[in-house]
Design a binder for this molecule. Structure first.
Ligand code: PLP
Length: 368
């Protein structure tokens, strides 16, 4: 069977390989069978290995999107005052979660287009009347493309005895992460971004010591309880509730392909696509929202051309007809759109996109 290839430049679900797509076509199976347990054990072990030693870290799987596992981490792990860094829509979402669960939290609001000021952050924490037990942050802010200094914040947390909770949904499996070195206690991601699998599976990678300490905390919810999900799997080698079975088969294949490429090489491939993109945009006279030094090189926010004939919807449809999907901007007074360069694509796909973007800009008389 042939599946038409499309170039997804939205920030996930990302373009997948045919082998990942086809891995979903398997005989029906009950996910409480031993055969399925072996698949899940492979997945949990290998997802951990990308960021930590399985002796000290463990992956907890859920059926659900990225937001589900971010909610699982915040609602399960936070046992004292929480500081949330908010420099974009996903930082804000963590605040919303803390609000809904009535947690004792403080929002550390920061400009979405400027690098975090770590000295200010450290002083802010030390001067606070609250003794924060946890700090939550987004590693790569998909809203803008900003890569936050995770290692720098991790050092502050280590110095001040604070547990670090990270939304790594859009950085995991592309930007190298070392949970131990970066002092991360909990890290969330999903099956459908840089790991290049299908949507439907979210996971939290936890430091075993930190996870075990939650044993006696009362769960704040049923489905998303991190400790309960973990201990059920440890005892039964089954997920508590029905998992997205076929997504798991695709995830296994996606993991094999990620291991084959290597996370660092994957980030180099993505970076090369990003360089191609940024060079091409400059040639078309388009400007970027962020300065180069804080770009994660995974998604780029582009300022819309000032031209009365321009419309995002029309540009989107023009490109969509050519099997290229782009993404609207988010959060800003400034009008922007976004182009991600993650997934099973490379710089040649970006070249195709740039060629079509140019012909759209010519068609509205913006350039010649
Ligand atoms: C994609 C993403 C999420 C999760 O989004 P879902 O739509 O729930 O999968 C969370 N955080 C970040 C930084 C993301 O990029």
């Amino acid at each position: 069977m042939e599946v038409k290839r499309k170039i997804l430049l939205n920030p996930g679900p990302a373009t997948t390989t045919d082998s990942v797509k086809m891995a979903q076509v398997v005989s029906d199976i009950c996910p409480r069978e031993q055969e399925f347990a072996e698949l899940v054990e492979f997945i949990t072990e290998e997802l951990t290995v990308f960021v930590g030693d399985p002796k000290d870290y463990v992956t907890v799987l859920f059926g659900g999107s990225g937001t589900a596992v971010v909610e699982s981490m915040i609602s399960s792990a936070v046992t004292g005052p929480l500081l949330v860094i908010n420099n974009g829509a996903y930082g804000k979402r963590m605040c919303q979660i803390a609000e809904i669960y009535n947690l004792n939290y403080v929002e550390y609001k920061h400009s979405p287009v400027k690098e975090l000021d770590l000295d200010h952050l450290k002083k802010y924490i030390m001067d606070s009347k609250l003794k924060f037990s946890h700090l939550a942050m987004v590693h790569h802010e998909t809203t803008t493309g900003m890569l936050n200094d995770l290692e720098g914040v991790g050092k502050i947390c280590q110095a001040l005895g604070i547990e670090l909770i990270v939304d790594g949904v859009s950085s995991y499996a592309a930007v190298p992460i070392d949970m131990k070195k970066m002092n991360i206690s909990f890290l969330a991601s999903t099956s459908n971004k840089n790991i290049q699998g299908m949507p439907g599976c979210g996971f939290v990678i936890a430091k075993k010591n930190s996870l075990d300490r939650l044993k006696d905390s009362k769960a704040r919810n049923l489905y998303l309880s991190l400790y309960d999900q973990h201990s059920f799997f440890q005892q039964k080698k089954q997920l508590r509730f029905t998992p997205p079975v076929q997504t798991f088969y695709a995830l296994k294949q996606a993991i094999i392909e990620t291991k084959r490429e290597g996370v660092e090489a994957r980030y180099l491939r993505y970076s090369k696509s990003w360089q191609t993109l940024v060079k091409g945009l400059a040639e078309l006279g388009l400007e970027l929202l962020l300065p180069e030094n804080c770009q994660g090189k995974l998604i780029t926010t582009i300022i819309e051309p000032a031209n009365d004939n321009y419309s995002f919807e029309k540009m989107h449809d023009y490109l969509y007809d050519k099997d290229i999907t782009i993404y609207p901007g988010k959060l800003f007074e400034q009008n922007t759109f976004r182009v991600a360069n993650i997934g099973a694509i490379d710089f040649r796909d970006i070249e195709i996109f740039l060629k079509e973007l140019k012909s759209y800009l010519v068609s509205i008389g913006h350039i010649r």
